[in-house]
Ligand binder design. Structure first.
Ligand code: GLN
Length: 292
């Protein structure tokens, strides 16, 4: 049974790779990579990831967009920050998670090989606007301000910013955060909104969300504002912390592409629509997020 599914996938892959991401990369190699990524969805292996700084750099140098909207023929380069479980995180030598698997599925639909670049979260948009990466996918919230510099795909997840405090904290709602020291990850919506609401001097910025949570555990700060799903993971990994019932914001995640790259945007949206319709998206999400 499993063999049959895999060979069917191979056929689909070979058919689609004739249509898109065409060019220089060998079809055999592409088929192999994509098949591995696909079996990852069903839980057999992890998503295939490659981090090749050289190729990312050459995309920037070439500066040209291929027929399907990618900068390097045959390869879809995704910029992310793999410190954000369950959306993207390291597992051994691979980057795994919901975004990594959705990206693998999109690449498969486009007949592209997927390459994941792990960089600081606040570098993801610059990497896309400069053309070094084709898309930014990092549990990234759609905001009006970001829309000034990138175009967003259709949204693929509902999200929210939540507040983490110590179990015995007097902070019970967002209003109680006034005059408190709030930890955030640099450049995230948690950072942006907390700075707006509570002032720069009350916001402590960290490179990784996990570092903010550890600072909270150690009593260095009073609260952390971060996306709900990573918050759940981090709270589980550190004792004595809880997530407040009242969310701080509600948001939506989407994929960022360079402004005006409608070819890639259309390809991504078409792939996302198919993945939503055939249940792949739900399957990926439920592999990483168990219903409460
Ligand atoms: N959703 C938040 C944002 O877009 C955080 C994303 C992240 O830290 N990867 O700013």
């Amino acid at each position: 049974m499993k063999k049959k599914i895999i060979s069917m996938i191979m056929m689909t892959v070979m058919a689609t790779s004739l249509m898109a991401c065409g060019g220089t990369a060998s079809d055999t190699a592409k088929s192999k990579t994509v098949t591995e990524a696909t079996t990852g969805v069903s839980g057999q292996t992890t998503a295939t990831t490659e981090q090749t700084a050289d190729t990312a750099a050459s995309a920037a140098v070439s500066g040209s967009i291929n027929g399907d909207g990618v900068g390097t023929a045959g390869t879809l380069i995704m910029a992310t920050n793999a410190e954000f479980p369950p959306y993207e995180y390291h597992e051994g030598d691979s980057i795994v998670g919901i975004d990594a698997e959705i990206a693998a599925a999109i690449s498969e639909k486009m007949g592209c090989k997927l390459q994941i670049e792990d960089i600081a979260f606040d570098s993801v948009i610059p990497e896309v606007t400069s053309g070094k990466a084709d898309m930014g996918m990092a549990g990234m919230t759609v905001t009006e301000e970001r829309k000034q510099s990138v175009d967003f795909s259709d949204t693929y997840a509902e999200a929210s910013q939540v507040i983490i405090v110590k179990d015995d904290s007097a902070i019970a709602s967002p209003d109680d955060l006034k005059d408190k020291i709030i930890g955030v990850q640099t450049g995230t919506t948690g950072d942006i909104y907390a700075t707006d609401d509570f002032g720069d001097k009350n916001v402590e910025r960290y490179n990784k969300g996990m570092e903010a949570v550890q600072a909270l555990s150690q009593g260095k700060i009073d609260a952390v504002i971060i996306d709900r799903e990573p918050a759940k993971v981090f709270v589980k990994e550190n004792t004595g912390l809880k997530i407040l019932d009242e969310a701080y914001t509600t948001e939506q995640y989407a994929i960022a592409v360079a402004k005006g790259n409608t070819k890639l945007l259309n390809n991504i949206n078409a792939a996302l629509a198919e993945l939503k319709a055939d249940g792949t998206l739900d399957k990926i999400v439920s592999k990483y997020i168990t219903a409460e």
